[in-house]
Every structure is written in C-alpha cells, then in structure tokens.
Design a protein around this ligand. Structure first.
Ligand SMILES: Cc1cc2nc3c(=O)[nH]c(=O)nc-3n(C[C@H](O)[C@H](O)[C@H](O)COP(=O)(O)OP(=O)(O)OC[C@H]3O[C@@H](n4cnc5c(N)ncnc54)[C@H](O)[C@@H]3O)c2cc1C
Ligand SMILES: *[C@@H]1O[C@H](CO)[C@@H](O)[C@H](O)[C@H]1NC(C)=O
Ligand SMILES: *[C@@H]1O[C@H](CO)[C@@H](O)[C@H](O)[C@H]1NC(C)=O
Ligand SMILES: *[C@@H]1O[C@H](CO)[C@@H](O)[C@H](O)[C@H]1NC(C)=O
Ligand SMILES: *[C@@H]1O[C@H](CO)[C@@H](O)[C@H](O)[C@H]1NC(C)=O
Ligand SMILES: *[C@@H]1O[C@H](CO)[C@@H](O)[C@H](O)[C@H]1NC(C)=O
Ligand SMILES: *[C@@H]1O[C@H](CO)[C@@H](O)[C@H](O)[C@H]1NC(C)=O
Ligand SMILES: *[C@@H]1O[C@H](CO)[C@@H](O)[C@H](O)[C@H]1NC(C)=O
Ligand SMILES: *[C@@H]1O[C@H](CO)[C@@H](O)[C@H](O)[C@H]1NC(C)=O
Length: 638
C-alpha cells in the first residue's frame, strides 16, 4: 500500500459520500428467525465503488482464501503517528461512509485533566469519579473497560487516589470507535481496518477480566447500541420447538431477564446485571444460576448472525457454517468475526428459592473450625448440583487469621422453599455440630428475575489494582476425601496469604446443544473459583503490580492447579498471564481445531485479543513481564 494512498487529497469526497446513503441489497433469510431490519441491509461492491478510487481500495471486501495466497503480512499493525497512519481526510471519508458514526476517543476520565481542552469539566469529573466502580458507567462508554491495570492506568480519576500523572493519555484505549447500529457499518469498519492494516477491537461492555475489548492504536467496533430483543413464544426451527429470543449483540443480562419476566419465561444468563449476553458471555461459554438445570449459556444458542473477517455477513447454525457455529459458542470473542445477534432457547417460568447466610471467625469460632465449615460445605457440592442447586459465595480474610464466608446467595432453581430446606438441612446440621451458628434467610420467589433482583447484589468494578485468575475444579475434588482435603488446604493457603475468593458451586447439566467449543473442563467441574490477587495498594507501582501478579499466577494458582488435574480455567474470567492458556481456557482436544478455524476464517489476523485463539502469534511492544497491558503496538511474532 503506497503512502500516498493515505495522504491523498480526497477531502472533497467525504462530503460527496455523506450525501448519498450507501445502498444495499436485502439479505437472503437463511436463519429461522428473521434478521433484524438493520441486519438486512448489507454493504455491496456497488456501494463501495460509489466511494471513488480511494474508497474502493479502502473498503474492499477480503477473501476467505488461504493465507498462502496473500502477500506477506506486515510485521506490525499501524500506530497513530506512523507515516502510513490514515490522514484526517481518510478518517473523514470513513466517517462519512459510516453516516457519521465514527467517534474519536476521549478517555472516560479525561474531564478530570487539564490536557484535554474543551473536555476538562469538574462536574463531569465528579460524576465519573463517583460512578467509577459502577459497571454501567463503563458499559455506556465507547472505549472504557473494567480492569484499568491492562489499559496501562494512564487516565484514572485522580481524586480516588489512583496513580496518575498530570496528563491523561489514551494508553490502551482504541484510537477511534464506531458506534454501530447496522451490519453495513460493521462491514465497512472491518474492511477498512483490514485494508489499512489497523488493529481492530470489538467492545461490547468491557467486562472481560483481561480487558479483551481494548487496544492501543485500534479501531473499535462498539456493539452497545444493538439492543433489539425479539421474543418467539413458539419458535420452530430445525429440531427445536419452544420459546426463544433473538438478541442484538449489545443486549445485557438485566435486559434479557426483564424481557423473560414480561413474557413468562426463563433464560440462561449470568449473575452480573451488565454482562453482554450475546457478546463475550455466549462466546466464552457463559455460566449461570440456571446452568445446573439446563447447561451453559453457549449451549442455548440456536444460531448466530456474524460479520466475518472478510466483511461477509453470514448465519452460523447447524446447517450453515457449522464449523463456525461450533467455534462461536465457547471458542471466545473477538476471534472469528463480529456477532450481530444470537437466537437462544428460553424455558418455562420456574420458581426460585434463595438462601443467604454467612459465618466468620470470632473469639468463639476458631480458624480451624471455620475451615472445617468450609470443608463441610464442599462435601455437599456434588449433591447440591445433582439436585439442580447453585451456590455463589465469597471467602476472605478481614484480618490476618480471621476469615469470613458469605452466600451471595445459595440458589435453588425450580425449588420451593420446602424443597430447598429439605436439601440443605443435613449441611446446616453439620455446621451446627461443628459449633458454627448460622441464621439462614430462605426466601421463595416465583421467577428467576425476581430472585435475581432480590438477592444478587450489584457488582463493583474498575479497581486499578484488580487482577484475578480462576480455576474449574473437577467433581472428583469434592468427592474423594483426600482430594477434598488437598483442595481445602490449597484454598486456605491463598486466603491466608491475602487472596479473595468468589466461589461458585456449579455443574452444567448436559444439554443437547453442547456440541460446541465450550471448554471441556466446564463439563466435569463442580466448583468454579475465582481468585483475586494480593492486595496491592491502589497507588501500587508497576513493579509491585508485576510482583503480585507473578505470585498469583506462579504460587497461588499453581497450588490450585496442582490439586485439580484435568481441571481448567474460564477464559472470560481468567488470568491474562495464565500459563499454557490454550489448554486451560480451551481444552487440549479443542484448541487445535479452534486454531485451524482461526487460520481459515481470519487469514490476515484482523482479530486479536489477549489469550484469544491465535493470540500466541502476536505480541504487544514495550511490556513488563507479568504486567501485560494493551498499551503498545500489536506485532506479529516471526
Ligand atoms: C462483575 C462481573 C461479573 C461477571 N459475571 C459473569 C457471570 O455471571 N457469568 C459469566 O459467564 N461471566 C461473567 N462475567 C464474565 C463475562 O462473561 C465476560 O467478561 C464476558 O466476556 C463479557 O462479555 P461482554 O460482551 O459483556 O464484554 P466485553 O469485555 O466487551 O467483550 C468480551 C470479549 O468478547 C468480545 N466481543 C464482545 N462482543 C462481541 C461480538 N458481538 N462479536 C465478537 N466479539 C465480541 C470482545 O472483543 C472481547 O474480546 C463477569 C464479569 C464481571 C467483570
Ligand atoms: C463523524 O461525523 C459526525 C457527524 O457529522 C460528527 O459528529 C463526528 O464528530 C465525526 N467523527 C469524527 C471522528 O470526526
Ligand atoms: C507517568 O509518566 C511517566 C513518565 O512518562 C510514566 O513512566 C508513567 O508510567 C506514567 N504513570 C501513569 C500512571 O500514567
Ligand atoms: C422444573 O420442575 C418441573 C416439575 O418437576 C419440571 O417439569 C421442569 O422440567 C423443571 N424445569 C427446569 C427448567 O428444570
Ligand atoms: C430475607 O431476605 C429477603 C430478600 O433479600 C429480605 O427481603 C428479608 O428482609 C430478609 N429477612 C430477614 C429476616 O433478614
Ligand atoms: C427489584 O429490587 C428493587 C430493590 O431491591 C425493588 O424496589 C423492585 O421492586 C424490584 N423489582 C422487581 C420487579 O422485583
Ligand atoms: C481429611 O480431613 C479431615 C478433617 O479435616 C480428616 O478427618 C480426614 O481424616 C482427612 N481425610 C483424608 C483422606 O486425609
Ligand atoms: C470428564 O469425566 C469423564 C468421566 O469421568 C472422563 O471420561 C472425561 O475424560 C472427563 N473430561 C475431562 C475434560 O476431564
Ligand atoms: C501510596 O499511598 C500510601 C498511603 O497514602 C503511601 O504511604 C505510599 O507511599 C504511596 N505509594 C506510592 C508508590 O506512591
């Protein structure tokens, strides 16, 4: 690509293109659920030709041809400031073809900094500071993600005491984003990024634990505005007959739960209100309070609409692109294309009974007794999940040698309060026998939404030192007494060292939809434990962060891995430094197949995210070991 290509005098063109709507052709409906209206207008070669000579090269579709047929790939993606980086007129042309949907990044906390003239705004700064830990704030922003560590901490709200300079810079945030509202804009963005050799990211909510939705010097496809929800009370497609939802890529959990409530059905979603159900949730596997009754989130997916790396728009289902249908359900986000909508199964409305209680060490409750109580709970993991229950709990130390446990809640899906009471009575008796007094609050609700709204607390995000890892513990760990003891000892060790555990007693029920790429380690697991790293002060230095992260990965998690052979980790709530991530996050049996599909559908490496399939072929420049950020240039390993 000649340098002149990007600095050509095409200013006039932008206005020309803006005045004409890019025409499209109605897409052939190949899925059983009709496409949303914004999915029916696609980018065409004729529309691309209408953008003139420069546009023709910039917006041309790619091919699905094997990588060997392509010219040698560039070593690195372009970066702002490079001579080949598109000049402003090119961005204007791009914006015009997008209908004005291009946004130049202003970091969320920029209003707090004087080096953003016109943006600096004390009132806005106060608002951002006050709401920094509320996920909604980051969900509503085109480029912010919830783990500032991996952005590089270059623009945090100063008065929170986070480390900061007097200036705010983009760090790992995208350079530009496209607030997409239709498929043709996604096609334009993918074609543009691929042809111009610019890094591409896909941002939905920014929930991923490794900040997989951001990247320095990138163009971001922001899927947030794709909010359509369509309910089918009696969906009939292929072998499925029953209720279903078609969801736009930007729909979040609380919206789907509300829609299910209004329509008298139940859907599989997570516990967090703002996770993007059709985005990273389904792509990563998706765990749910419903999983013990009906399987993983990805198991519910009947079909997906996807813009491929080539720019082509397709339906992935059992019949069309079955290889991608397999990979897109569990093989990870930002890898094989941009999903625009998914169609998922729904289930009849069910009653839900929740139970909450906690216990903690005290002058009359020793640390050893506390851990006997933890062990007692874990002896019931298999029985509880076999009965369809799910447990969500926290374990931590409030002072050295002093521990607490709290249900957030224990969840009895499809259970009345008397059924739940019968199920948990032996466990409560065991706690009593150990001398652990508890006061369970058992509440019955008539639907998932009411139970979710009534018992799941809103979650806090955005901690500038937040770094977590996770482990899927096989069922065997809670059945074999010696393995159980080793598991309890490994958990106790990390809590004593200052770790914080977010635990789930969960075992996905086999589901006919599970012929997908969900990490096979999920299928045999009964405990999913997330471990937050050592308490580095919020103003911790890079060296302190790196040291704490190394301890998390190579000491704490190493102990968990050692006691759970055959287990794995959950990619969407995983350690960015996870050793041998291919096996841990995807499974040894699935990874080669996922990698081959990556080469097949994305031969130029348009999509990249840390720990995504194929990410081992790339690196980010200027990184500190054990403190990887997205604040650098993306280059291909040679
Ligand atoms: C507080 C909190 C609670 C959570 N609770 C749960 C839970 O209960 N159950 C659970 O399973 N997980 C949970 N997660 C993890 C969550 O599933 C992942 O973070 C998930 O990746 C979020 O997806 P997203 O689309 O909302 O977010 P993003 O971070 O925006 O996206 C995640 C990844 O998917 C890609 N992506 C997003 N949309 C698309 C798309 N349309 N097409 C292609 N790629 C896309 C992104 O590029 C990125 O790589 C939680 C996370 C947090 C921080
Ligand atoms: C894109 O165009 C819209 C509408 O004209 C404008 O508001 C916006 O600022 C433009 N974006 C960029 C990055 O120039
Ligand atoms: C502050 O600036 C210095 C020097 O440019 C840089 O090394 C450091 O990483 C910056 N810190 C933050 C928190 O941005
Ligand atoms: C809930 O229980 C009823 C009655 O036992 C059963 O028919 C139904 O399949 C269950 N639903 C789910 C989602 O497990
Ligand atoms: C039990 O939990 C419910 C739901 O959170 C709450 O409304 C109720 O006040 C609690 N009861 C007691 C006695 O704490
Ligand atoms: C959700 O919870 C809030 C506060 O706990 C309550 O005011 C509201 O009525 C609940 N909504 C539903 C539909 O249960
Ligand atoms: C496991 O620990 C319990 C109590 O902590 C003990 O009674 C039991 O003997 C141990 N079992 C094995 C197999 O080590
Ligand atoms: C799951 O368990 C089954 C039966 O115990 C075993 O055959 C299979 O290999 C296990 N799978 C994984 C991924 O560990
Ligand atoms: C972080 O803050 C604490 C308490 O305010 C202070 O003692 C410490 O020196 C600070 N550390 C750094 C690296 O600034």
């Amino acid at each position: 690509m000649a340098p002149s290509f990007f600095s050509g005098t095409i200013l006039g063109l932008a206005g020309h293109v803006a005045s004409q709507a890019l025409s499209g052709t109605p897409a052939a409906a190949s899925s059983c659920a009709a496409r949303f209206s914004w999915e029916t207008t696609q980018l065409t070669d004729a529309a691309i030709a209408s953008t003139g000579a420069s546009g023709k090269d910039l917006f041309a579709f790619g091919t699905d041809s094997p990588v060997t047929a392509l010219k040698p790939p560039a070593a690195c993606k372009l970066f702002p400031g490079d001579s080949l980086w598109p000049a402003k007129p090119i961005w204007n042309l791009f914006n015009a073809t997008l209908g004005g949907a291009l946004i130049q990044t202003v970091p969320l906390a920029a209003p707090c900094y004087s080096n953003w003239p016109g943006v600096t705004n004390p009132a806005m700064c106060q608002y951002v500071t006050d709401h920094w830990s509320d996920p909604h704030l980051h969900v509503e922003d085109p480029t912010s993600a919830m783990f500032p560590l991996f952005q590089g901490r270059t623009c945090l709200p100063p008065s929170l005491g986070f480390p900061h300079n007097d200036t705010c810079t983009l760090g790992g945030y995208a350079a530009y984003s496209v607030a997409v509202i239709k498929v043709s804009q996604i096609q334009l963005a993918l074609n543009f990024a691929r042809n111009a050799n610019i890094r591409l990211v896909v941002k939905n909510t920014g929930h991923d634990f490794a900040d997989k939705s951001i990247g320095a010097g990138s163009l971001s496809v922001w899927t947030h505005k794709l909010k359509d929800i369509k309910f089918y009370s009696d969906y009939r497609c292929r072998s499925y007959k029953g209720p279903a939802f078609k969801l736009g890529a930007g729909v979040v959990t609380e919206e789907v739960y509300q829609a299910a409530e209004q329509n008298g059905v139940t859907v599989v979603g997570g516990e967090c209100r703002t996770v993007g159900l059709a985005g990273g949730y389904v792509a990563g596997g998706g765990h749910s309070p419903m999983a013990t009754l009906v399987g993983m989130g990805a198991d519910q997916v009947l079909s997906l609409e996807v813009v491929l790396p080539s720019g082509k728009f397709i339906t992935a289902s059992k019949d069309t692109y079955p290889d991608l249908y397999w990979a897109l359900r569990g093989g990870g986000g930002s890898t094989y294309g941009v999903v625009t909508s998914v169609t998922i199964k729904a289930y009849p409305k069910i009653p839900v009974t929740t139970m909450t209680f906690g216990f903690a060490t005290s002058p009359t409750l020793s640390a050893d007794t506390f851990w006997s109580g933890m062990r007692a709970y874990m002896t019931y993991f298999d029985a509880f999940t076999a009965a369809g229950a799910y447990g969500y709990f926290l374990v931590g130390a409030f002072a050295p040698g002093n521990f607490f446990f709290q249900f957030m809640p224990f969840w009895g899906g499809n259970m009345t309060s008397s059924q739940l009471t019968t199920l948990v009575t032996p466990f409560l008796n065991d706690l009593q026998a150990l001398g652990i007094p508890v006061t369970p609050n058992i509440t019955q609700y008539d639907s998932l939404y009411k139970a979710f709204n009534g018992t799941f607390p809103p979650e806090a995000v955005g901690s500038p030192s937040g770094h977590a890892a996770s482990r899927l513990f096989p069922r065997e760990n809670f059945i074999s007494p010696s393995k159980l003891n080793a598991t309890v000892a490994a958990v106790r060790y990390v809590i004593e060292q200052g770790g914080f555990l977010v635990g789930y007693n969960i075992r996905p029920k086999p589901n006919p939809g599970q012929d997908n790429a969900v990490n096979p380690a999920w299928r045999n697991s009964t405990g999913f434990f997330i471990l937050a790293g050592a308490a580095v002060p919020d103003n911790g230095t890079d060296a302190q962060i790196a040291a704490a992260s190394e301890v998390l990965t190579n000491d704490w998690m190493a102990r968990w891995r050692a006691v759970s052979p055959g287990g794995g980790s959950y990619m969407a709530e995983g350690d960015i430094n996870e050793p041998n991530f291919q096996t841990s996050f995807y499974g040894a049996e699935n990874y080669p197949k996922l990698y081959a599909l990556k080469q097949k559908y994305d031969p130029t490496g348009l999509f990249y995210a840390p720990t995504a399939v194929g990410s081992e072929d790339w690196y980010i420049t200027g990184q500190i070991p054990y403190f990887p950020t997205q604040n650098g240039r993306l280059c291909r390993r040679t």
